[in-house]
Unconditional design. Structure first.
Length: 459
């Protein structure tokens, strides 16, 4: 049976597509393993709008169509599905972050024939099996676990058994263009080595992979790395785990295998400050790691506690310095505007970011995404209901939320001030332009920075 999986157009304009859609590639791999044929269509990388994406999907004559969408892109997923339904009776299923966190809302749209909640690897295969036998009978679909109308599906425990992403259905890694500060070498590809997050930060959703952490074995991880190096000639890997260094011994083993096998490639990851030691940082650098990104979130201990980050400012500073001492570049992620935020706590965050030996800082405005404790806390304070508020935010027109302690205008100005205060420093600029990598990436580095510094202030 032929299944076509769609990545709808992003709601906000993208001058380049940063990374391959690994979620769809994982689903396609499971479908192929089960004997089905699969295709993946990426709207943005092909320059397609919703109409063109729908037309291209229908040209392939599939028996089942799958769509993924984050909250920001849900409207385009909905639009694409409606266009397909205008001329076809092909079943359409949706999954991904928005479907998993807002299943009831998606069901009410009455456009999709099934809504996948959580991990979709097994569910998509069972749906393909079902529609292959009963293409027009929906009466028994509720017997398939993992749907909005059925019982939940248990997370996959042994994720080594999940086939590697079907990268042969994607564009070559060289076609994807990450942002200037997120890579050292190209082509670059992403790898996910674990699923689930055990922490309870109020701004994160666990709707897809849940709280239960499951790790791939070091041997399985390195086998996929070797495939990328040999078959796709990539020069860099981005490990996309929420917290790559959560299990330190596993990371030590991965590094040991990389060195023992003589694999030469650069790599980066996202880490947690209280899971990094001096010894681990050195071993990661020795194995080719060049950058680690930390979710530092705030320079106010009060705000860290309110967002249930469960880290201390002291631990954050120590980890950043340990990473730098080991020769790693560091990037800090910060969130402005969560409940309780004030002008004073924002200034503490700016001062903290400037004090740390960070190579890059990314400031984000707090966004109450579906499935988060944050959204539950502020539901009655949101300016606009539904996904339209998120589109307005990403277009720079409006903020869906500002804490009672700040106006939206004040928060927007603080956001701009944070970027300007961090990046427009003589010492920082001199250090940056002295690096050959800055000039290799040329105008893209300058353009990305100017876009951040001079973006319009949202209301």
């Amino acid at each position: 049976m032929k299944v076509v999986l769609l990545q709808p157009p992003a709601a906000h304009h993208q001058s380049s597509i940063e990374y391959e859609p690994l979620g769809l590639a994982y689903l396609a791999a499971s479908l192929e393993k089960a004997g089905h044929s699969a295709a993946i269509l990426e709207a943005d990388l092909n320059g397609w709008d919703c109409k063109r994406l729908a037309d291209e999907a229908l040209k392939l004559s599939p028996k089942l169509i799958g769509v993924t969408a984050a909250t920001i892109d849900y409207e385009n997923a909905l639009k694409t599905a409606r266009l397909i339904k205008e001329t076809s009776t092909i079943p359409i299923v949706i999954g991904g972050p928005h479907a998993s966190s807002s299943a009831d809302e998606v069901e009410k749209a009455k456009i999709f024939d099934a809504v996948i909640v959580g991990e979709g690897d097994e569910t998509i295969v069972e749906l393909a099996d079902y529609f292959n036998q009963e293409p027009s009978d929906y009466s028994k679909i509720s017997k398939i676990k993992g749907l909005a109308v059925s019982a939940p599906r248990e997370p996959i425990n042994d994720i080594d058994q999940i086939p590697f992403p079907a990268r042969h259905l994607l564009h070559h890694p060289s076609k994807y263009q990450p942002s200037p500060g997120s890579y050292k070498n190209r082509p670059i590809a992403g790898v996910i080595t674990s699923r689930g997050c055990p922490f309870n930060c109020i701004f994160c959703s666990h709707a897809v992979f849940g709280h239960k952490v499951r790790f791939r074995s070091p041997e399985n991880v390195v086998l996929e790395v070797e495939q990328l190096l040999n078959d796709y000639k990539v020069k860099e890997i981005r490990f996309w785990d929420d917290t790559f260094n959560l299990d330190r011994q596993r990371v030590f083993k991965i590094c040991e295998l990389i060195n023992t096998k003589g694999l030469k490639f650069s790599w980066s990851c996202q880490g947690r400050v209280d899971c990094l030691t001096k010894e681990l940082a050195k071993e990661m650098a020795k194995a080719g790691c060049w950058q680690i990104c930390f979710g530092l979130e705030s320079g106010s201990q009060e705000m860290l506690d309110k967002m249930k980050k469960n880290i201390s400012l002291e631990a954050a500073e120590k980890a950043v310095r340990e990473a730098k001492n080991a020769g790693l570049e560091t990037k800090g992620f910060f969130i402005l505007g969560l409940p309780g935020e004030t002008k004073q706590t924002i200034q503490q965050t700016i001062n903290f970011a400037r004090r740390l030996p960070l190579d890059l800082a990314q400031f984000s405005l707090a966004t109450p995404f579906p499935g988060t404790v944050f959204k539950e806390q502020v539901q009655n304070q949101l300016k606009t209901a539904g996904f339209s508020s998120f589109q307005q935010m990403y277009s720079g027109k409006s903020l869906p939320y500002a804490p009672p302690t700040l106006t939206a205008k004040e928060l927007g100005k603080a956001y701009q001030r944070a970027y300007k205060s961090f990046y427009i420093r003589p010492s920082f600029i001199i250090k940056k332009i002295a690096k050959p990598a800055f000039w290799r990436k040329g105008y893209r580095s300058l353009f990305a920075l100017m876009k951040l510094l001079f973006a319009p202030t949202p209301d």
